[in-house]
Design a protein around this ligand. Sequence first.
Ligand code: SF4
Length: 334
Amino acid sequence: MASLSEAELAANFADIAPPLTSDAALLEANKCLFCHDAPCTLACPTHIDVPAFIKKIASGNLRGSARVILDVNPFGHSCARACPVEVLCEGACVLNDRDEQPIKIALLQRHATDRVLEHKWKLFEPGKPTGKRVAVIGAGPAGLACARDRRRAGHAATVFEAKSQPGGLNTYGIAEYKLKADVALAEVQDILDLGVELKLGVMIKSIEPLLKEFDAVFVGVGLGGTKKLGIPGEDLPGVVDALTFIEHLKTHPYKETRVGRSVVVIGAGNTAIDAVTQAKRLGAASATIVYRRGEDDMPAYDYEYDLAKKDGCGFRFNAAPQRIVGNGAVAGLE
Ligand code: SF4
């Protein structure tokens, strides 16, 4: 179990990018050039009108700013904390070409959208009822975004979720120091308040009954289970998949998540980085990524690699695991 004190754990899992003060946000917003063909907007997968929402912050209209963001992206709160902005909007900001720091788009987005939760602003209304009914399978970001937009179009929407809480990856799978479950759940509540019906703890086994009862069915069930390694020893106690580890950490007091003294994470993608850094922040004496290819081949982003190194995590490249060894519990990796 983690040997760190409550205070150390709270510090280790505090926001990695703390919010801007009002003055700092105003100053940052006024640095934006409000580009006409804004490359930041093009680089955003949801095409948020970045200069428009920043301009509204600069003029003190935070409600209007949040509306610009959340109109096209109902997960504007989560994305402000969890998006890899270094390779998206901020990476595309024209200020990079002048060897200047890019505009802090994520923090500005957070500044505007946090006010929505703080003041419980209701920015959107359900549309005029159409009499149509839509079933959504899965209460993750895809399913809930679909449900919200169907409500705005006037259709009834019912979301079925197997887990006990909605939000999917945002609630259960994003590193704790980036996004806390209570923010993800507050964001979901905003969507439910539009009149979306949510049925938790319901596993849909067949789509046929839904097709009879509803006018349309949206399937947003996520990526499914983690792949097995297919090497001996992976069922030994002490071997866990990264998403199960992260989910436990996010749904229990920090002290209750078990972490070994010496932790090895196999793989070098985004989730592997989230797992290795959180193992270290929970108190593992050593936490090491083992990756079968080289440093340049890692799917993790450069800033994630830097973060893991700053956290004191180790990396072993060109090392393919052959078997996990141990007698009754994991003791090593060959
Ligand atoms: Fe502002 Fe940078 Fe976007 Fe231009 S590219 S609008 S400067 S954030």
